[in-house]
Design a protein around this ligand. Structure first.
Ligand SMILES: NC(=O)c1ccc[n+]([C@@H]2O[C@H](COP(=O)([O-])OP(=O)(O)OC[C@H]3O[C@@H](n4cnc5c(N)ncnc54)[C@H](OP(=O)(O)O)[C@@H]3O)[C@@H](O)[C@H]2O)c1
Length: 248
């Protein structure tokens, strides 16, 4: 028996990276997993990998209409939602001097506004005892150069998990943040120019006490733990999966 037999889960940004690894893991634990993302080709490849335990719905979490369509699809399955992993986010570098209104609106529009309405619009579907997991970042705690807007968006994420844990505790719904350190994903790779990717990853790995980047599957293991009854006494928490980066 898996940890999530018979459960229904949603992973936003479930087509690649940490979201895909989490969708694979939640399905392996017995859940039916809805995945969403903006690009159809990546979603189709993910469904091919996961098989009949996955349903893909194309959409942008910063679009309320897309979220309504997503939740209508989940509603029509008739089982509600037991696990919501609000994972979809974007990351872009800009120093304080370089930040534009467009940069701010793009990052906050997806990472903060999009995450908020992802969870708000799920409320009628969430079954009592459901688990909501927000994807944070070790960047929320530190002041890395040129990552200020992204870091602030992740600090907002961490804050949301505290408030929502309080607001939803009466329904037995737990809300936690998973907090990854640098993890080898297409998103991380995309932060550097192609000819600089290897150096960029080596520099990041050198900062991690364990001396390497995380693997998406390692974040997914923490997501499965938070999704399941194994974490039944955790809410409002942040679970760091960071190779010791922000710990030692
Ligand atoms: N990788 C790291 O080092 C790291 C570290 C700490 C935290 N995190 C967090 O972990 C999460 C996943 O990161 P990742 O590295 O796996 O990213 P990734 O490889 O870039 O994957 C991001 C996923 O989110 C989807 N997505 C992005 N914007 C979306 C939108 N507006 N609507 C719907 N889907 C959207 C993408 O699909 P489409 O592009 O097709 O929409 C994709 O499926 C993020 O919250 C990130 O902040 C990552």
């Amino acid at each position: 028996m898996g940890l999530l037999e018979g459960k229904t889960a949603l992973v936003t940004g479930g087509s690649i990276g940490i979201g895909l690894a989490s969708a694979v893991r939640l399905a392996a634990e017995g859940a039916h997993v809805f995945i969403t993302g903006r690009r159809r080709t990546e979603l189709d490849a993910a469904v091919e990998m996961i098989g009949s335990a996955a349903t893909a719905v194309t959409g942008d979490i910063s679009s309320p209409a897309d979220l309504d369509r997503l939740y209508e699809t989940i509603r029509s399955r008739g089982r509600g939602l037991d696990v919501l992993f609000a994972n979809a986010s974007i990351a872009e570098f800009a120093t304080l001097e370089q930040v534009t209104e467009e940069h701010f609106d793009r990052v906050f529009g997806i990472n903060v506004r999009g995450m908020l309405f992802t969870v708000q619009k799920a409320l009628p579907l969430l079954n009592d005892g459901a688990s909501v997991i927000l994807n944070g970042s070790t960047n929320a705690d530190v002041g890395d150069d040129a990552f200020g807007v992204y870091a602030a968006s992740k600090a907002a994420t961490r804050s949301f998990s505290r408030t929502w844990a309080n607001e939803l505790k009466g329904r037995g719904i737990r809300v936690n943040t998973v907090t990854p350190g640098p993890t080898d994903t297409p998103g991380l790779t995309g932060l550097a120019a192609p000819e600089q990717v290897a150096d960029f990853k080596s520099e990041l790995a050198a900062q991690v006490p364990m001396g390497r980047l995380g693997r998406s599957e390692e974040i997914a293991a923490a997501v499965a733990f938070l999704a399941s009854e194994q974490s039944s006494f955790m809410t409002g928490s942040s679970l760091y999966v960071d190779g010791g980066l922000n710990q030692i």
